[in-house]
Design a protein around this ligand. Structure first.
Ligand code: GCW
Length: 675
């Protein structure tokens, strides 16, 4: 790792010494990039920077109109240009789709090609990743296309520079300086995103400040868009449903009111005059105090469709969040399904419903959201949370890919269709004169802030990296992704890599064990959600209080979501419903999510619930200690400053793991004493 501050992320391009690296120089003699627009400049700059650093030899990068046929040339060009200029065509079986790319060797040269320039950019980063990770580059035959069309970071950044659930300093968007001053960090952000295939960014918090749509802010957003565009990233905004009232002075925001529709038409025309390739809107409506269509007797589809209709002529889309809950229900987690599933088939083709991975909120371990097994006629986007609101925030080292993989690989329809397939299934739907092609997407709440190391620690960027890689190709394993990130970030010292891999691959399980084992959930401290407080009684909403979720009493522990309880389990398709309903077949990691279990119930380990709970919390502490020990063991292999920075975080994690155990075990077991 070259810069001790972590600023270079996984793109430091340190010279690496591997079995193959010696051969690279003999296979790469010169580099030619097709001369075209802004993105080709970015491609040329990246190749120049990376090859010179990685191989330690100066490669002039030629931007050319016609290519030479000298063996050992790396040629980066779109397919059209390639055929026109070299007559070289791509092997049919390597033909990429959408913004995918192909890397292949022909006539002793290496071709980086794609249908679009964006694809060539992704291919360039993929090619460089081969070198970074010491892979062979002779006889290349690689083709890779993105699983979903929108691979999006959602920034919960406020316009005053603060970030909701942000743990890495202030927002990187310097709204006060924009549009005239463009921070160099914007480009570095865009470059890191593009390197893992992220192609969309929602700039502002879903709990919105309506004036994001004021012309001053549109001008600022346009300035950001002009930087991000060169890296293939389109800009989206979170908008407030009541904007026509707050900004437009109308007496209503009813989506069926002609004046409201007219207001949005004019506003959207204005947005596109600033940002011609604007992506669209993200909407949090009728949720946690945000306004929405309910006030006018309308439903979520009415709201989404009105905006979809107005955005359609521009190619814009509406991402409508399903994260809603309300008073007076017997189970908060049931609300999104109850409200959205009946609306299946009524959402316009350029709208989608964005669903969190879990049924409640971004908990350390949750069963997958039941909506993924429903709404066959609706575009569904998956929403993940990179920022670790409930998983130790900026302090705990928790690699999230294993958790996300579990969701993506989950057989949600109980017919062999996993969530990854569900969200990546493409439909081409006619929409008036327009066709919406492949409205598929994955979004994740960003963990990026203005801290020099971007995400709050030297390890937290792994989750930004992993999100991009999985949104591109969810069939990658979490190990593969972890190793790539580790090599690209920390170099190829095997001892160090083994230590890092141990930490990454064991961290999520540790976190679940010391925080919320066996399906416990939402027992965090009030409001800020850091640390345990299962007894907390703060806040005026019952469904924010931990006891609403754990339901500890003298009989047992857990939320009964079976037919005897809230019947939340009925929102899953049949075989899953049966699996989860039966306390004997319910996976133990979800046990207390679906069942109120007696303290003396014997679990698969042979221990009673009471003993298993204590056992798991103790195990979590031991597992956290082992993460720390794995780091201490690589001490000689890391520069001191980085070693100490990571150790400081691991010390906090170990201390916090003990706090979780020492608060939760006595609290829960106190109920058994009442028997
Ligand atoms: O998990 C909750 C968070 C809120 C967040 C909300 C949401 C942006 O505690 O901070 O609001 O989810 O996803 O809308």
């Amino acid at each position: 790792m070259p810069r001790t501050d972590g600023y270079d992320l996984w793109l430091s391009y340190e010279p690496i010494d591997t079995e193959y690296s010696k051969k690279y120089a003999s296979l790469i003699k010169q580099v030619q990039v097709a001369e075209s627009g802004d993105i080709s400049d970015v491609i040329a700059n990246e190749l120049e920077l990376a090859l010179n650093k990685l191989l330690g030899t100066y490669y002039p990068i030629h931007k050319v109109k016609s290519f030479s046929d000298t063996p050992g040339t790396v040629i980066a060009a779109t397919l059209d240009t390639l055929i026109d200029e070299t007559g070289c065509s791509i092997p049919v079986d390597l033909m990429p789709k959408d913004d995918g790319y192909a890397l292949f060797t022909a006539h002793s040269s290496i071709y980086i090609t794609a249908i679009s320039e964006k694809g060539v950019l992704y291919g360039t980063f993929a090619f460089l990743r081969l070198l970074q990770t010491g892979k062979p580059i002779e006889n290349l035959r690689i083709s890779s296309s993105p699983a979903v069309r929108y691979r999006m970071l959602d920034h919960w950044d406020n316009l005053d520079g603060s970030i909701e659930r942000g743990y890495a300093g202030k927002s990187i968007w310097k709204w006060n300086d924009l549009p005239s001053r463009i921070d160099s960090r914007y480009k570095d952000y865009a470059r890191a995103c593009a390197s893992v295939g992220i192609n969309a960014a929602v700039l502002n918090n879903v709990n919105t400040q309506p004036y994001i749509l004021h012309e001053d802010y549109l001008e600022k957003a346009a300035a950001l868009a002009s930087v991000l565009r060169r890296y293939g990233i389109s800009v989206f905004l979170s908008v407030n449903f009541a904007s026509p009232m707050i900004l437009g002075g109308l007496g209503t925001a009813d989506p069926c009111n002609p004046a409201v529709i007219q207001w949005w038409k004019e506003k959207i025309a204005e947005i596109y005059s600033y940002i011609p390739d604007f992506g669209g809107f993200l909407m949090k409506a009728d949720s946690e105090g945000q306004p929405g269509p309910y006030a006018y007797g309308r439903n979520h589809a009415d709201g989404a469709n009105m905006l979809g209709m107005v955005l359609a002529p521009y190619g814009g889309i509406v991402i409508w969040r399903a994260f809603i809950y309300g008073f007076g229900e017997n189970d908060r987690a049931k609300k999104p399904y109850a409200e959205f599933a009946p609306l299946d088939g009524s959402f316009m083709p350029n709208t989608c419903v964005q669903v969190k991975n879990g049924a409640c909120d971004f908990q350390p371990c949750e069963p997958v959201h039941p909506l993924f097994g429903a709404m066959e006629k609706t575009n569904l986007f998956l929403e993940l949370q990179i920022t670790q609101e409930y998983l130790g925030q900026g302090n705990h080292l928790v690699y999230l890919a294993p958790m996300w993989k579990e969701v993506l690989d989950f057989d949600i329809a109980a017919d062999g269709t996993n969530v990854g397939q569900r969200i990546s299934r493409k439909k081409s739907i006619p929409l008036g004169e327009h066709t919406v092609d492949g409205m598929t997407g994955m979004a994740a709440v960003s963990n990026i802030g203005a801290d020099k190391n971007w995400c709050g620690s030297l390890f937290h960027p792994v989750n930004w990296y992993a999100f991009g890689r999985l949104a591109w190709d969810y069939s990658l394993s979490s190990e593969e992704i972890a190793r790539e990130w580790a090599v690209c970030t920390w170099g190829n010292d095997e001892t160090l890599l083994n230590g890092i891999m141990y930490i990454l691959m064991n961290s999520w399980k540790a976190c679940v064990d010391y925080m919320t084992p066996l399906g416990l959930h939402h027992i965090m401290k009030y409001d800020h959600h850091y640390g345990p407080d299962p007894a907390c009684d703060e806040g005026d909403r019952e469904d924010w209080k931990p006891r609403y979720y754990h339901r500890a009493d003298k009989e047992g522990l857990g939320f009964d979501r079976t037919a005897k309880g809230s019947n939340g389990v009925a929102q899953y398709r049949k075989p899953l419903e049966e699996l989860f309903s039966n306390v004997e077949t319910c996976p133990e990691k979800y046990l207390l999510w679906f069942h109120h279990v007696g303290w003396d119930k014997v679990l698969s380990s042979g221990r009673t619930l009471k003993d298993e709970l204590a056992y798991r919390y103790n195990l979590g502490v031991e597992e956290a200690d082992k993460l720390r020990a794995a780091w201490v063991a690589v001490r000689e292999h890391v520069p001191l400053e980085q070693y100490e920075a990571v150790l400081e975080k691991l010390d906090i994690q170990c201390k916090d793991a003990r706090e979780w155990r020492d608060v939760c075990v006595p609290y829960f077991l106190s109920f058994t004493e009442e028997c």
